[in-house]
Write a protein that binds this ligand. Structure first.
Ligand code: PGA
Length: 238
């Protein structure tokens, strides 16, 4: 099981230092904010950047490039996260550019996809996911696909950072996981790994863990508390 903790824009330096000590040897892939990436990397943790620029190095104030991330020996990057798509209005074209930059720099990608509440209500979930997948997977080699893990995160299930949101039922998650895996197998002849994300927490992990078609979890809000994240991780190893 792959467990990824997405800290989003949280925690001060002091908080990160005590957080880091507790996380040691957990096997969790941690996504801290940019200023803390190196702190984790230097100590040998599996680290994932939360974002990269769609551009190569150059006059792009405030951006961080894929090659800069790679120069820290960071292994992973999140691309297409719903907060990037919806709060920062990243288009699929921008996301595709970021995927290219990440691949050029040999980063592993957690490619986040998911439908909004409105799309779900209009029964467009599979269509939306298919578009998000095909747009990226078209024209990739098997070697490049090998660098991608899908993070299925229904936008409506992602917490507001304070309160967990509603999560899909296990049956719904299973159906979507299988849909994603079969689509990529059928269209691109590749067996992809899929993580579920969206309000995963200590209260629902035992139930969500019962879904056998996913390969792990992408945990946002609940990962701010390192003790909770470690307990979630332990439950996924039982
Ligand atoms: P959440 O976030 O666990 O707080 O819902 C998941 C994510 O945004 O990756």
């Amino acid at each position: 099981m792959i467990i990824v903790g997405n800290l989003k824009m949280n925690l001060s330096l002091d908080e990160i230092i005590s957080y880091q000590k507790k996380l040691i040897n957990s096997g969790i892939i941690i996504c801290p904010s940019f200023p803390y990436l190196n702190l984790f990397k230097q100590e040998g943790y599996d680290v994932c950047a939360q974002n990269i620029s769609e551009y190569n190095n150059g006059p792009y104030t405030g951006e961080v490039s894929a090659s800069q991330i790679k120069s820290l020996n960071v292994n992973y990057v999140l691309i297409g996260h719903s907060e990037r798509r919806h709060v920062f209005k990243e288009s699929q074209e921008t996301i595709n550019n970021k995927i290219q930059r990440a691949l050029e720099n040999d980063l592993q990608i957690v490619y986040c996809i998911g439908e909004t509440y409105e799309e779900k209500e209009q029964s467009k979930t599979k269509e939306v996911l298919e578009n998000q997948i095909v747009s990226v997977f078209n024209n990739l080699t098997i070697e490049q696909m090998n660098r991608i893990i899908i993070g299925y995160e229904p936008v409506w299930a992602i917490s507001d950072g304070v309160h967990p949101a509603e999560t899909p039922t296990n049956q719904e998650i299973n159906e979507i996981n299988l849909y994603i895996k079969e689509l990529i197998k059928k269209s691109f002849n590749f067996s992809i790994k899929v993580l579920y994300g969206g309000s995963v927490n200590l209260n629902n992990i035992e139930e969500l863990y019962q879904v056998k078609s996913h390969d792990g979890f992408l945990i946002g809000g609940a990962s701010k508390n390192v003790d909770d994240l470690l307990k979630i991780n332990d439950k996924c190893k039982q």
